[in-house]
Design a protein around this ligand. Structure first.
Ligand code: DQA
Length: 148
């Protein structure tokens, strides 16, 4: 099973950016932890980050052609307004889990809206780096249930 983790705009700055909100872990550390967790769960994890919306859409298109089994996406601020990424995600038939490090519902009103909400299987927010780990565990559990 192959699981693709997508990180969007500004998320390469985790570890340097607003530590009170996002903690001190870097994206590289999160990605390494996801790969290790994936190994222990028996799945392959690929990590991708971009600050370019079109590149994110193209990676999602590639995920369609590659038949990835599940997608975790933290699109950063794009979550709140990118219909382009929303429409790209809607092309996929695999489960998609939306991830946020912070509790977006406890923050500014514009962060309470996710334009992805209708096309994702579920959303996990507010657990820091554990949002990613919980997302990966949930994706694997869903896939195993489907395969049973
Ligand atoms: C974020 C929350 C978004 O509102 C914000 O724009 C981010 C990070 C999070 O992981 O908590 O860049 O997606």
């Amino acid at each position: 099973m192959k699981i693709l983790t997508l990180n969007g705009i500004n998320l390469n700055m985790f570890g340097k950016r607003d530590a009170a909100t996002y903690g001190t872990a870097t994206l590289t550390q999160i990605n390494d932890e996801l790969i290790a967790l994936g190994n222990s769960l028996g799945v392959t994890v690929e990590n991708f980050q971009t600050n370019h919306e079109g590149e994110m859409c193209e990676k999602i298109h590639q995920a369609y052609f590659d038949n990835v089994d599940a997608v975790l996406i933290n699109a950063g601020a794009w979550t709140h307004y990118s219909y382009g990424i929303r429409d790209a995600l809607a092309i996929l038939t695999c489960p998609i889990i939306e991830i946020h490090m912070s509790n977006v519902h406890a923050r500014e009103p514009f962060r309470h809206i996710s334009v992805f909400a209708e096309v994702v299987k579920g959303q996990i927010c507010g657990l820091g780096t554990e949002s990613y780990m919980a997302g990966l565990r949930a994706a694997v559990a869903l896939l195993k249930k489907d395969a049973a």
